[in-house]
Design a protein around this ligand. Structure first.
Ligand code: NAD
Length: 431
C-alpha cells in the first residue's frame, strides 16, 4: 500500500519503518528539516533498538522515503497516518494545533479519495474535529474518511510492540475505511478490534491511565511494605501470578514519567471534567506518582543525614531503559530536588546523555558508571538499564566515598549488597 506518515518522531518513525519493512511504500513527513536531512542520510535521530537497521533497509530498498513536502506525500499516499505530537497545554489539555495544521495541509493537497488515520494520542472527538477541518478546507469536495488507529508501542521495545501487538484497534465510520485498514493489517497476528472512532480514542486514554494506575498502586503498596517490613518484590510476585491481575506493570520504582503517561493522564482528567465527570481515581494516581518521586529524593537525604555538600551519583536519566527519551523523566525532578537541597550531582546514562545535556544544568556528566560513582556519597539508581545490574559492586564500593546505595528500581539484591558492606535502601523493602 502507498502510505504517508506525518511526523517522524518515536511513533511516526517506527510506524514508517515497520510498514516499509512489510513491503508497503512509505513516505514519512516532518516539518523539522534537520531531522529529515539526517534521516535521508540514514542517521536516525532517536535511540530505539533495531530502528537504525530497519530505516537503513527501507532506504536501500526504496520502500521508505523522507520529505518535508506534505502536499507531495499526500498526493502519493492512499492512507495517511497522523503521528505528530500532542503535547500538554499549561492547563493539562492536549494541544491539537499540530494535528489541525496537518489536517488543513492534507485537505489542501488531496487529489482524490484519501483515508486519514489518527495515530497520535488524542482526546475523544478529535476524529470529528479532523473531519470538520478537512471538510471546511476541502475546496474540491473530494471524498475522504477519517479513522482512529491508536498506537500502543512502548519506547525501548517499540519495533517488537508494533510488529507483534497484543491487539490492533481501529475506529471507523465507513466500510471503505474499515476494509483498507483490515487489508493493511491483514498480515499481523493480532486480534483487530473494530469500533467507532470515539471508542477507539477512549481505548487509548483508558489503557494508558490504567497502566499508570497499576504503577501508582504498586508504589503505594511499596510504601506500606517499607513501613511494615514486607518486601514489595515478593508481594508483586504473589499478586501478579493471579491472571486477573497479571504481573506486568507491578514494578515498584521512583514513579512513572515519559512523554505518554503524565500527559495522557492529565489530558484524560481534563477530558472527563469537560464531560462532567470527576475522575478522582486518576487524580490520586497522579498524586501518588509525584509523592513517589519526592519520596525518593527524601530517602537519599535521610540516608546521608544531609544533602548539603554531599556528592550523589544518579545512574539512569531516561524515563525508562533502552530509550534516550528524557521527556518528563523522573530523573529531572529528582535531580532538581537534590540540587536544591545542596547536593552535588554526578550523572550517567548509557544513551540519554546528549538529550539530557540540553536540559540538565549544574550536574557533572560522567563517561561511565564507574567514573560517576568515584568519590560519591551515594549511588542512586533511577533507571533500570541492564548494564547497571551488571556493575562490579566491589569495584563500585572501592571507588565511593561512602558505600550507600539507594535503589529506586530494586535492581540489586539487598542481602548481597549488604554483604559487600553497602548500606542498601531499596524501594518497598525493609530499610
Ligand atoms: P515526537 O515529538 O517524538 O514526534 C512528533 C513529530 O511530529 C516531531 O518530529 C515534529 O517535528 C513532527 N511534527 C509536528 N508538527 C508537524 C507538522 N505540521 N507536519 C509534520 N510533522 C510535524 O512525538 P511521539 O513520541 O512520536 O508521539 C507522537 C504521538 O503519538 C503523540 O500523540 C503521543 O502521545 C503518541 N504516542 C507516543 C508514544 C511514545 O511512546 N512516544 C506511544 C504511543 C502514542
Amino acid at each position: 500500500m502507498d502510505i504517508g506518515v506525518i511526523g517522524a518522531g518515536y511513533v511516526g518513525l517506527v510506524t514508517s519503518a515497520c510498514f516499509a519493512s512489510l513491503g508497503n511504500k512509505v513516505i514519512c513527513v516532518d516539518i523539522d528539516r534537520r531531522k529529515i536531512k539526517s534521516l535521508k542520510d540514514g542517521s536516525v535521530p532517536i535511540y530505539e533498538p533495531g530502528l537504525d537497521e530497519l530505516v537503513a533497509d527501507g532506504l536501500r530498498k526504496g520502500t521508505l522515503r523522507f520529505t518535508t513536502n506534505l502536499p507531495s506525500a499526500v498526493r502519493k499516499s492512499k492512507v495517511i497516518f497522523i503521528a505528530v505530537g500532542t503535547p500538554p497545554k499549561e492547563n493539562g489539555e492536549a494541544d491539537l494545533s499540530h494535528i489541525e495544521n496537518v489536517a488543513r495541509g492534507i485537505a489542501a493537497a488531496m487529489p482524490s479519495y484519501r483515508l486519514i488515520v489518527e495515530k497520535s494520542t488524542v482526546p475523544v472527538h478529535t476524529g470529528c474535529r479532523i473531519e470538520e477541518t478537512i471538510r471546511s478546507n476541502n475546496k474540491k469536495r473530494i471524498k475522504f474518511d477519517v479513522a482512529s488507529n491508536p498506537e500502543f508501542l512502548s519506547e525501548g521495545e517499540a519495533i517488537h510492540n508494533f510488529m507483534r501487538p497484543d491487539r490492533i484497534v481501529i475506529g471507523v465510520k465507513s466500510k471503505r475505511a474499515r476494509d483498507i485498514l483490515h487489508k493493511l493489517y491483514s498480515g499481523f497476528n493480532a486480534p483487530i478490534v473494530v469500533t467507532d472512532i470515539e471508542s477507539a480514542e477512549i481505548i487509548k486514554h483508558a489503557s494508558n491511565s490504567f497502566l499508570a494506575s497499576k504503577i501508582s498502586f504498586i508504589n503505594a503498596i511499596a510504601n506500606i511494605c517499607e513501613r511494615c517490613g514486607a518486601d514489595v518484590e515478593n508481594v508483586a510476585l504473589g499478586m501478579g501470578l493471579d491472571r486477573r491481575i497479571g504481573k506486568e506493570f507491578l514494578k515498584a520504582g521512583v514513579g512513572f514519567g515519559g512523554f505518554c503517561f503524565p500527559k495522557d493522564l492529565e489530558a484524560f482528567i481534563r477530558i472527563s471534567e469537560k464531560l462532567g465527570y470527576d475522575f478522582e481515581i486518576l487524580k490520586a494516581v497522579k498524586r501518588v506518582n509525584s509523592r513517589q518521586k519526592a519520596g525518593f529524593a527524601q530517602k537519599i537525604e535521610d540516608c546521608l543525614g544531609t544533602l548539603r555538600g554531599r556528592i550523589v551519583t544518579v545512574l539512569g536519566l531516561s524515563f525508562k531503559p533502552d530509550t534516550d527519551d528524557m521527556r518528563y523523566a523522573p530523573s529531572l525532578e529528582i535531580i532538581d530536588t537534590l540540587k536544591e537541597r545542596g547536593a552535588k550531582v554526578k550523572v550517567f546514562d548509557p544513551k540519554a546523555m546528549k538529550k539530557a545535556a540540553d536540559i540538565l544544568k549544574g550536574v557533572t556528566f560522567c563517561r561511565d558508571a564507574y567514573s560517576a560513582v568515584r568519590n560519591s556519597d551515594c549511588l542512586a539508581v533511577v533507571t533500570d538499564w541492564d548494564e547497571f545490574r551488571k556493575l562490579d559492586l566491589k569495584r563500585v564500593k572501592r571507588l565511593m566515598r561512602r558505600p550507600f546505595i539507594v535503589d529506586g528500581r530494586n535492581i540489586y539484591n539487598p542481602a548481597a549488597a549488604k554483604k559487600l558492606g553497602f548500606k542498601y535502601i531499596g524501594t518497598g523493602r525493609l530499610r
